[in-house]
Design a protein around this ligand. Structure first.
Ligand SMILES: Nc1ncnc2c1ncn2[C@@H]1O[C@H](COP(=O)(O)OP(=O)(O)OP(=O)(O)O)[C@@H](O)[C@H]1O
Ligand SMILES: [Mg+2]
Length: 236
């Protein structure tokens, strides 16, 4: 199933009165099916705020987000939690792996806590670790993994629930450029082979160029849209 994302006149203001910060201002964009979008821009330009709203982690102060024609956040807290759980895969800069668990166990945390079939989840974790080139590191503790390996485990974990939208915030910030590139290439490959949408925030233009499209934010606004290197490969 192809996922569509439409963002219309989105606004986020933190605080009020003299302290108000208008972090996201009248942002509108649409994604094409199976697209991988990079979101770039200076520190404080609103990238994380925008991503958090799309992911249902933060309520907008104005505008709308439609995923598959349904408004995100237009419903109850429970629906929002379900939206995050079923539709979204998150990967953050600090990958939040649990240090005292192995790579494989980190993938299984939601299944262990929830009602998912553990056997099936275990097999799925093995498949994802293999796809990301981590089979040999399966039983290593998170603390024993390199930075790039940890980020790839975080990507695998984000894919465990078969999300329709993968949201990634600065996945390569702690990595050198060769490892960073490997992580982003794995991510793009995973996103493409599943026909899900990917949005990745990055400071690194070399990484952004790997995407289908680059959106540039300044002072809460999207100022520029341009094609990335993979643009001609987007299914039309
Ligand atoms: N919880 C918050 N309360 C108040 N202001 C906030 C909050 N979170 C972010 N801001 C402000 O909103 C603006 C946008 O922040 P945001 O974190 O979205 O930027 P960013 O583009 O992700 O920056 P960076 O590249 O440094 O991660 C900034 O001015 C920031 O100080
Ligand atoms: Mg940020």
């Amino acid at each position: 199933m192809t996922t569509t994302l439409v963002v219309q006149g989105l606004e986020k203001t933190y605080g009020s009165g003299d302290d108000a910060v208008r972090a996201v201002r009248n942002v509108s964009f649409e994604t094409r099916p199976g697209e991988f979008v990079a979101l770039v821009g200076p520190s404080g330009s609103g990238k994380t705020t925008l991503l958090a709203m799309v992911g249902g982690l933060l309520a907008p102060t104005g505008g709308r987000i439609l995923v598959n024609d349904r408004e995100v956040g237009g419903t109850s807290k429970r629906d929002l939690a379900r939206y995050r759980r079923e539709m979204i895969g998150f990967v953050f800069q600090a990958n939040n792996l649990l240090p005292f668990l192995t790579a494989w166990e980190n993938l299984l945390v939601p299944a262990i806590l929830g009602s998912t079939d553990k056997k099936e989840a275990g097999a799925r974790a093995d498949r994802l670790l293999e796809e990301l080139g981590l089979t040999k590191r399966r039983n290593a503790l998170a603390t024993q993994l390199s930075g790039g390996e940890r980020q790839r485990v975080a990507i695998a974990r984000a894919l465990m629930n078969d999300p329709r939208l993968v949201l990634v915030d600065e996945p390569t910030a702690s990595l050198d450029s060769a490892r960073g590139r490997q992580v982003v290439e794995s991510l793009i490959q995973e996103v493409r082979s599943r026909d899900v949408l990917g949005i990745m925030v990055t400071h690194d233009m070399a990484m952004a160029e790997l995407a289908d499209r680059v959106l540039e934010m300044h002072d809460g606004e999207i100022r520029e849209h341009r094609a990335g290197k993979l643009a001609d490969q987007v299914p039309k």
